[in-house]
Write a protein that binds this ligand. Structure first.
Ligand SMILES: Nc1nc2c(ncn2[C@@H]2O[C@H](COP(=O)(O)OP(=O)(O)O)[C@@H](O)[C@H]2O)c(=O)[nH]1
Ligand SMILES: [Mg+2]
Length: 235
C-alpha cells in the first residue's frame, strides 16, 4: 500500500505521553490528508510505550510500529524513513507533533517550492519556548556544523518534511547514527543540490527531553568528528 504522507516518529520510553500525542496527531492529520501512515520507530523502550502503541494500533489502521534494536535515535529514524511509503515524508518527535508545520510544509512541497522543508527553531519568526540551556545548545550545535561542515542554515535537529523520491538516496547514504543522523541527512541533502527551505516553527515540548543534555554532549562531539570524516569538511 502506498499513501500520500508518512509521518515517522522515533520513540524511547514515552509511556507518559505517547497515547494522547498519537490520538491527537491522527485526529489532526485525518482533517488535512486523505491517506497517511504514522510509523512509530521504537527501540530500547522499557516502560510499556510499545504496548500502548500496540493497543492503539488495533483500532487505528494508519498506525505502524517498527521495533529496531537498542536505543539509538538515528538508527530508529533511518529505519522508519526506509519503511515509509508516502509521496511525502515528515520526521516528527512525539513531544512536538506540530500539525501546523505539517500543513505548511506540505503546501510548500506540493507547490514545488522546495523538495526538503526544515522546521527551524532559530530563524526569524520562530519561537523557541524550551529552557534557555537547550536553546543555547541548539545554537552552539548549528555553529559547529557551519564551521566544520559548511552547513548553510539555522537548524538541523527536529521537524523536517521532504519528497521521499528525492531524499531516499540521501537517507541510504547516511552513515552516522544517534543524534547526528539528522544533521548528516540535512547536510548531505544540501550538498546533493536538493532544493531546501527553512520555515519557522514554535517549539513547546510536552515534557523535558528523555536523555539529559549534558550526558549527550561527549557522544555528540564524538559523532561530529565522525561526521566530518565521512562527509569531508566542506562541499
Ligand atoms: N527510537 C528512539 N527514539 C528516541 C531515542 N531518544 C529519543 N528518542 C525520541 O526522539 C524524539 C525527540 O527526543 P527528545 O528526548 O525530545 O530530544 P530532543 O530532540 O533533543 O528534544 C522523541 O520522540 C523521543 O522519544 C532513542 O534512543 N531511540
Ligand atoms: Mg524534545
Amino acid at each position: 500500500m502506498t499513501v500520500a504522507l508518512s509521518i515517522v516518529i522515533p520513540i524511547y520510553n514515552e509511556a507518559a505521553i505517547v497515547r494522547s500525542a498519537l490520538v491527537d496527531l491522527i485526529d489532526q492529520t485525518r482533517r488535512h490528508c486523505d491517506t497517511f501512515e504514522v510509523i512509530i520507530a521504537a527501540n530500547g523502550c522499557v516502560d510499556g510505550s510499545v504496548r500502548l502503541v500496540q493497543e492503539l494500533q488495533s483500532r487505528t489502521p494508519e498506525l505502524r510500529l517498527l521495533e529496531v534494536g537498542e536505543a539509538n535515535y538515528g538508527r530508529a529514524l533511518r529505519e522508519g524513513l526506509l519503511a515509509a511509503t508516502g509521496t511525502w515524508v515528515i520526521c516528527e518527535e512525539i513531544d512536538l507533533c506540530d500539525s501546523d508545520f505539517h500543513v505548511e510544509a506540505l503546501s510548500v512541497l506540493r507547490a514545488g517550492q522546495a523538495q526538503f522543508v526544515i522546521g527551524s527553531k532559530r530563524m526569524t519568526g520562530a519561537a523557541d519556548e524550551r529552557p534557555l540551556v537547550r536553546q543555547v545548545a541548539t545554537q552552539v550545535m548549528s555553529g559547529l556544523l557551519r564551521l566544520s561542515l559548511g552547513f548553510d542554515g539555522t537548524d538541523t535537529h527536529g521537524l523536517k518534511a521532504f519528497s521521499r523520491e528525492a531524499v531516499l538516496p540521501v537517507v541510504r547514504a547516511c552513515q552516522v547514527e544517534r543524534d547526528l543522523f539528522a544533521s548528516e541527512l540535512v547536510i548531505r541533502a544540501q550538498r546533493a543540490g536538493i532544493a531546501m527551505r527553512e520555515i519557522p516553527v514554535r517549539v513547546l515540548e510536552k515534557r523535558p527531553p528523555s536523555v539529559h543534555l549534558f550526558r549527550r554532549v561527549p557522544r555528540v562531539l564524538r559523532d561530529l568528528g565522525r561526521l566530518v570524516r565521512v562527509l569531508g569538511p566542506r562541499a
